[in-house]
Design a protein around this ligand. Structure first.
Ligand code: GTP
Length: 584
């Protein structure tokens, strides 16, 4: 044992009192202290304390301990006040001094390194993000034109509402919206089967039973419910029956109100933009569906006292929001086209010349189909033939005038209105415009809102005037129904925004046409699920002092510093050090 070597030598060569003192050092505390001080002896002069301090340091140690320790002072410290020269050691014994250290220091080194490695490992393992396990939620958007199934996921360990929810899959149901199955409700349920099977593949089997499944129906079912509530109930029964056959946690199918549709779309956009969590200025939401359209934004001029039915209040992440929202039923792009065509065909003509369709476009259409919607059914001309020939003339200005005919700007009982006597506070940007706003403007290459509004209109004017054959040739991949309607849809969007909502040439540039934000589709579904699963807390959650990477870095740096100190303290083992004579 190294200690016994030293102890033996001390016993033999030192005064008796030294022997006594040294015998007391056989305890653990003595070993540790002596090794620490020994290592200090071997530090370079530049970093060592002055002789006075060095002496002071030793003076802190009880004499029995400091005396034998002074034996190992190297030559450069021999002139220090603590040098002790009363011991004579021959060359052979001097050589024995390094071996004296070796086994103890190696063992301590190994233990020290292991302790540091263990410390860092525990810190890293304890605090590392667990292997990602996810939870899932499914929302079906049963729209007027079609149904879409969205699967969302979020980290399972973030059940304290701090995990970011993201869209992981979208399945578009084949066929029309469920409201179109009023005369064959069972088919509405069947139509959802393929997407539900897909959902089974996307959500891991062990999560199926705890995955909530919601179906929200929008304007198509609102209209069906208005026109024929028993048909609407049957559609829901069929849909429920179909959905309950799947292993998910079915949470119900219902019509969501226009106000909820607007508010949840606004939540989605601002949640994905992380504006809610960070308490930033929010983005208004403009949603254009097939049968309804929603506008939702926060305005300093609106506190909900005027037209309270347009007000929705939230407390999210510790911030209060008073949202203005309105949903215009029948002002989605499909129903507004019907309303415009109803206006054009009031007299029940056999031929309708339509400025919103391309020159060269001709189709035979059925009056009963055109008027088969509560948005226009009361206007059906009495003596109209069964069909009419729909002929395009492609005139943007005339189209704009025809589109305007669907809005009523005459009465407003509030301080200011959009149209149809609906209150709308002063616009306050920025805005995100999604769903059909995006589909249409993206197709027309008009999503850049920094382009002046007049130039946008000019471009659309040229597009509308383009011959239908040429349009079909240029876009063979696009569905004919969509292709035929882009001139109308583009004109409708510009008219709705500028005449309906009062966007000016200046505020138009505050609008951003968006489809997705950070991989998730903009729309009401995400906001709906976040609300029903309480995934957005009213108060801001507590955040740890340091994020995980910061925590690991701090622990690692401290561990490395400790390690370097430890290595320096073992300087006697370094080759240069060990060659030096030990006693002067
Ligand atoms: N051009 C184009 N139009 C689309 C596309 N998908 C949907 N649409 C049309 O865009 C409009 C809006 O579609 P959605 O946002 O799905 O609306 P919805 O949910 O069916 O309608 P609401 O019930 O009113 O909300 C409808 O007229 C659709 O026919 C697409 O990929 N391209």
């Amino acid at each position: 044992m190294p200690n016994s070597v030293l102890k033996g030598r001390s016993t033999r060569k030192t005064h008796t009192h030294t022997h006594d003192y040294y015998n007391r050092l056989s305890g653990h505390e003595g070993k540790t202290s002596s090794l620490f001080l020994l290592s200090l002896c071997y530090l370079p002069r530049s970093i060592l304390p002055s002789p006075f301090h060095f002496h002071s340091l030793f003076s802190l140690i009880p004499p029995p301990l400091s005396l034998p320790l002074s034996l190992s002072l190297s030559p450069q410290f021999s002139r220090s006040p603590v040098s002790v020269n009363f011991i004579e050691v021959d060359n052979r014994e001097m050589k024995e001094m390094n071996p004296w250290h070796t086994p103890v220091t190696i063992i301590i080194t190994v233990i020290g390194v292991m302790a540091i490695v263990a410390l860092v490992t525990v810190a890293v393992l304890q605090n590392r993000p667990l292997p990602q396990k996810y939870k899932y939620g499914i929302v079906m958007d049963a729209g007027s034109s079609h149904t879409a199934l969205y699967i969302y996921e979020w980290p399972a360990e973030k059940d304290n509402n701090t995990g970011r929810v993201e869209q992981t899959h979208l399945c578009k149901v084949k066929g029309p919206g469920i409201s179109s199955y009023a005369s064959a409700p069972v088919k509405a349920g069947e139509s959802l089967r393929l997407c539900m099977e897909e959902a089974k593949q996307w959500v891991p089997g062990k999560r199926h039973h705890q995955t909530p499944l919601y179906l929200g129906a929008t304007a198509g079912m609102r209209l069906l419910n208005m026109a024929n509530s028993s048909a609407s109930d049957k559609v829901f029964q069929a849909v429920e029956g179909a959905l309950q056959k799947f292993p998910f946690s079915y949470q119900g199918a219902k019509i969501i109100s226009g106000q909820d549709e607007g508010a949840f779309g606004w939540i989605t956009v601002n949640y994905l933009d992380e504006r809610l969590k960070q308490g930033l200025e929010t983005r208004g939401a403009l949603d254009l569906g097939g049968a309804s359209t929603q506008i939702s934004f926060v305005s300093d001029n609106y506190d909900g006292s005027e037209s309270p039915s347009n007000s929705v209040t939230f407390r999210l992440y510790g911030n209060d929001y008073n949202l203005y929202t309105h949903s215009f039923l029948c002002y989605g792009k499909d129903q507004s086209l019907r309303m415009m065509q109803a206006h054009q065909s009031q007299a029940g003509p056999a031929t309708v010349l339509d400025p919103c369709f391309h020159p060269g476009y001709t189709a035979t259409k059925n009056y009963s189909v055109l008027y088969d919607s509560p948005c226009v059914s009361d206007r059906k001309p009495k003596d109209a033939p069964d069909t009419f020939t729909h002929i395009g003339i492609g005139d943007f200005l005339q189209c704009q005038a025809a589109v305007k005919s669907v809005f009523n700007f005459t009465s407003c009982k509030y301080s200011r209105c959009s149209f149809n006597g609906v209150l709308q506070p002063l616009l306050q940007g920025p805005y995100g415009a999604f769903s059909a706003y995006y589909f249409v403007m993206n197709f027309l290459n008009l999503t850049d809102t920094s382009v002046p509004l007049e130039d946008v209109k000019e471009k659309l004017k040229r597009y509308c005037a383009t011959n239908w054959d040429q349009i079909m040739q240029q876009h063979p991949e696009v569905k004919l129904k969509y292709l035929a309607e882009y001139c109308f849809s583009g004109t409708y969007i510009l008219t709705l925004l500028t005449e309906g909502y009062n966007f000016t040439s200046e505020s138009y540039s505050d609008i951003k046409f968006i489809k997705k934000i950070k991989g998730s589709d903009a729309g009401w579904t995400l906001g709906y699920m976040l609300n029903l699963t309480n995934m957005i807390p009213a108060e801001a959650p507590d955040t740890p002092l340091l994020p995980h990477p910061g925590y690991v870095s701090v622990v690692s740096v401290i561990a490395v510093l400790l390690f370097i100190l430890f290595i320096v303290s073992l300087r006697p083992l370094w080759p240069r050090c060990s060659k030096q004579p030990q006693i002067v």
